[in-house]
Design a protein around this ligand. Structure first.
Ligand code: 1GP
Length: 247
């Protein structure tokens, strides 16, 4: 039964904001992950995303297993490539990199992944993925061989998101890239969210509650944080409280 996306829509209707943490299997281990998951349970984090631009340590599958064993928070794959599929997760964001012009990431990898995805019981959430310039070259822009949308090109970003929604994508995810110097600017979030009706995810370079709240007030429905919580796990509770206080 697919429940994650319908719940997201209900939360959006109620103007409730959600907090997702991103686990990169390449930068964690069993002990650190177990601690993070327990903090997520306590803080009532809404989603745990799992994925990375490049996974070299073979920890992807086991990472999802550990999350599922220790938590009932929905676990969603945020795949860096078509190898990152696991039946053990609850859902997957089927990303189409609509800010770029790399056909493999618009449709090619999806063709490769389609049959394994159909055989899995994963909830599949078609997602328009938009890279926004965050002040430095990030792994995702390098690995995807695409240029991010400049952070002050509001009309390009808004039209890209609108086209994504018109094509039937169910989420628009704006990402400044992991470890971005600057998160996606509020004005760009506002200009994009004014144009579309689907839930808006925003991530990349969010380091504190002020930035998270700014993104929420600008129109983000789900805030994604990875790097900052790896560095300081006490942020999990702070961010969850701040984000859940809205709405
Ligand atoms: C990256 O949006 C995510 O794809 C999270 O970025 O690691 O910078 O929080 P950070």
């Amino acid at each position: 039964m697919n429940t994650i996306y319908p719940n997201l829509l209900i939360r959006k209707q109620q103007n409730k904001k959600s907090f997702a943490i991103l686990i990169d299997p390449d930068s964690t281990d069993e002990a650190a992950l177990t601690e993070i998951v327990s903090l997520c349970n306590e803080a009532k984090v809404d989603f745990i995303l799992v994925g990375g631009s490049l996974i070299t340590n073979g920890y992807f599958e086991k990472c999802i297993e550990t999350i599922k064993m220790n938590s009932s928070i929905p676990c969603i794959i945020f795949p860096g490539n078509s190898f990152q599929i696991s039946k053990k997760s609850d859902a997957i964001l089927l990303l189409s990199l609509i800010s770029g012009r790399n056909p493999e990431l618009l449709i090619g990898n999806h063709v490769l992944a389609a049959s394994p995805l159909k055989r899995s019981a994963l909830e599949i959430i078609p997602t328009g993925y938009m890279l926004i310039d965050g002040g430095r070259t990030t792994s995702v822009s390098y690995m995807s061989n695409t240029v991010p949308i400049p952070a002050d090109k509001y009309a390009i970003a808004a039209s890209t998101a609108l086209a994504g929604e018109m094509l039937g994508l169910k989420i628009i995810y704006m990402d400044a890239g992991s470890g971005a110097l600057y998160p996606v600017p509020s004005k760009l979030i506002t200009e994009v969210s004014k144009q579309i009706t689907v839930p808006v995810f925003v991530g990349g370079g969010i380091k504190n509650t002020t930035q998270a709240l700014e993104a929420c007030h600008a129109g983000a429905d789900v805030i994604v944080v990875g790097n900052a919580i790896e560095k300081d796990t006490s942020l999990i509770k702070q961010l969850a409280q701040a984000i859940h206080s809205i709405g």
